[in-house]
Design a protein around this ligand. Structure first.
Ligand SMILES: *[C@@H]1O[C@H](CO)[C@@H](O)[C@H](O)[C@H]1NC(C)=O
Ligand SMILES: *[C@@H]1O[C@H](CO)[C@@H](O)[C@H](O)[C@H]1NC(C)=O
Length: 457
C-alpha cells in the first residue's frame, strides 16, 4: 500500500525543503564580504603551498569578476544556488574552470559564513557610527544656536522647573554619545577572524590565520576553532545596541510628539516629515516621529527572537544559525533609516520660544522660594514646607505666587524680606543651576563643547 505522503516526500529532494532551506534570497546582501573572504583565503592557500601562486591568482581574479557582476546587476542566481557561498563558487567555476574546486580546500561554510557576517557587520556598523555622529552633531549645533530658549522641564510629565531647551536637546545627545561608545567597543569585538577554523576542529593545511586577519583588516584571530564557528554574540550584542539606540530615539520622538501637540505648541515639524490627515484638513500628523517610535518595537522583536534562536543550541554550528542573518540585516537597515530621519527632523524642526516661555508659571519657582530661605540660613527641610505653604496660599487667594505681598510671606517665616521679589525670574533660576551638568547657559555650552571636541569638530 502506498503511503499517503509517499509521492512528494519519497524523492531524494523535496522542492519545498529546498526552498525552506535556501538563504540566497537574503544572504546575497553579503556577496562582497563573501568574495573578499574568499580572495584572502585563496592567497593564504598559496602561501601553504597546497595550491600554486598561479592558481591563487586565477581564483582572485575570477572572484573579482564575480564581484563585478554583482555590482553591475548582471549576476544571475540559478536554481541550485542555495546560499551566497554556493552561488559565488558556482559562478567562479564557470569563469575559471576546475581550479575553482580548490578554493574551498580546508575551509567550511561554517567558518566562511562567520567570516562573511563579521566583515559585513563591521562595515555596516562603521556606517551606522557615522550616522550616529552626524545626529550628535546636529543636536550639538542646535543646542548652541538655540541656547537662549527657555522652557518648562518635566518630571512625571508635570511641569517641574524652568530649563533651557538646549539642555533638553543635550540630554539626548548624551544618550546617543553613550550609544556611539557602545558601538565603537562592539566593533572591536566584531573585528576578529573566524576563518581558518574549518568546520569545527581547525584547518588541516596550516593556513596562516594571522595573514588572513591582516589581509581582511581584522584586529586579531579568534583563538578557538569551535568558538570561532559557533559564536554569534556579536550579532546579539549588535541587536541589543540597536534596541538601546532605538529606545533613545523613541523617547526623543515621544517628547517631540507631545511638544508638537496643539496643547503644547512648542515645536512644529517641517512639512517633509509630517503628513496631513486624509479626512481632517486642519491636521498635521508627526508621522516621522511615530514611525521612529513604532520601529523601535520591530528592533526589540528582532533581538528577542534571535536570543531565542541561540538559546539551547548544542556546540558549534547548527542550521538554526541561518536565522541570524535576517534580524541583523533588518536591524541595520532600520537603524540606518531611523538615525538619518532623526537627524533631519531635529535639523529642520521649528521651535516656538514664546509658547515655551508662556508655559512657565510662578509655581515652578516654588523650589527657588525654598532655596531663597536656605540662603538666609533656614534648614531646607523647613524651607520646603514653608514654600509649600506659599503655594497653598497663592492657590487659596487665586493669585500667582509673585502677587503675594512681602507681608504675606512674612506670616509664613520672618526671614522673608523685600528681596523675595528677585525670585520671580526664570532666567535667574536657570542660571543658578550652575554646577557641572546644570541648565545654566555656561554649563549647557560646556556640554556642547565637550561633545564637539569628542566629535573632533
Ligand atoms: C540546505 O542548504 C545547504 C547549504 O546551506 C546544503 O548544503 C544542503 O544540501 C541543503 N539541504 C537540503 C535538504 O536541501
Ligand atoms: C541665585 O543665586 C544668587 C547667588 O548666586 C542669589 O543671590 C539669588 O537669590 C539666587 N536666586 C534664586 C532665585 O535662588
Amino acid at each position: 500500500m502506498s503511503k499517503l505522503w509517499g509521492g512528494r516526500f519519497s524523492g531524494a529532494t523535496d522542492p519545498l525543503m529546498e526552498k525552506f532551506n535556501a538563504s540566497i534570497h537574503f544572504d546575497k546582501l553579503m556577496y562582497a564580504a563573501d568574495i573578499q573572504g574568499s580572495q584572502a583565503y585563496a592567497k593564504a592557500l598559496a602561501l601553504t603551498g597546497i595550491i600554486t601562486q598561479e592558481e591563487s591568482e586565477q581564483l582572485v581574479q575570477g572572484l573579482a569578476q564575480v564581484r563585478k557582476e554583482w555590482e553591475d546587476g548582471t549576476f544571475a542566481i540559478q536554481a541550485g544556488d542555495e546560499d551566497i557561498h554556493t552561488a559565488n563558487e558556482r559562478r567562479l567555476g564557470e569563469i575559471v574552470g576546475s581550479v575553482a574546486g580548490k578554493l574551498h580546500t580546508g575551509r567550511s561554510r561554517n567558518d566562511q559564513v562567520a567570516t562573511d557576517m563579521r566583515l559585513w557587520l563591521r562595515e555596516e556598523a562603521r556606517a551606522l557610527l557615522q550616522h550616529l555622529k552626524e545626529l550628535i552633531q546636529v543636536a550639538v549645533e542646535r543646542a548652541v544656536s538655540d541656547i537662549d530658549v527657555v522652557m518648562p522641564g518635566y518630571t512625571h510629565l508635570q511641569r517641574a522647573q524652568p530649563i533651557r531647551w538646549s539642555h533638553w536637546i543635550m540630554s539626548y545627545a548624551w544618550g546617543w554619545h553613550a550609544d556611539a561608545q557602545r558601538l565603537e567597543q562592539l566593533i572591536e569585538r566584531i573585528n576578529l577572524l573566524p576563518l581558518g577554523s574549518g568546520a569545527l576542529a581547525g584547518n588541516p593545511f596550516n593556513v596562516d590565520r594571522e595573514f588572513l586577519a591582516k589581509e581582511l583588516g581584522f584586529a586579531g584571530v579568534i583563538p578557538n576553532s569551535l568558538y570561532g564557528v559557533s559564536d554569534r554574540d556579536f550579532v546579539a550584542e549588535f541587536l541589543f545596541w540597536a534596541s538601546m539606540t532605538m529606545i533613545h530615539i523613541s523617547r526623543f520622538a515621544e517628547d517631540l510628539i507631545i511638544y508638537s501637540s496643539g496643547e503644547f505648541g512648542f515645536v512644529t515639524l517641517a512639512d517633509a516629515y509630517s503628513t496631513g490627515s486624509s479626512l481632517m484638513p486642519q491636521k498635521k500628523n508627526p508621522d516621522s516621529l511615530e514611525l521612529l517610535r513604532g520601529k523601535s518595537g520591530r528592533v526589540f522583536g528582532q533581538m528577542s527572537g534571535f536570543l531565542m534562536t541561540v538559546k539551547g543550541l548544542p556546540s558549534t554550528y547548527n542550521k538554526d544559525l541561518q536565522e541570524d542573518k535576517e534580524p541583523m540585516f533588518d536591524a541595520v537597515e532600520t537603524l540606518g533609516g531611523s538615525l538619518q530621519i532623526t537627524s533631519a527632523v531635529l535639523a529642520t524642526l521649528k521651535i516656538h520660544p514664546q509658547k515655551m516661555a508662556a508655559s512657565l508659571s510662578n509655581d515652578m519657582l516654588a523650589t527657588d522660594v525654598a532655596e531663597y530661605l536656605v540662603r538666609k540660613g533656614v534648614p531646607f527641610r523647613e524651607t520646603h514646607h514653608i514654600a509649600g505653604a506659599a503655594v497653598r496660599l497663592s492657590e487659596e487667594r487665586g493669585v500667582p505666587m509673585s502677587q503675594l505681598t512681602v507681608a504675606d510671606y512674612q506670616t509664613l517665616h520672618p526671614s522673608f524680606s523685600d528681596d523675595v521679589a528677585s525670585v520671580w525670574n526664570y532666567e535667574q533660576s536657570i542660571e543658578n543651576r550652575s554646577s557641572i551638568g546644570g541648565t545654566s547657559k555656561s554649563r549647557v555650552l560646556e556640554q556642547a563643547a565637550s561633545l564637539k571636541k569628542w566629535l573632533d569638530l
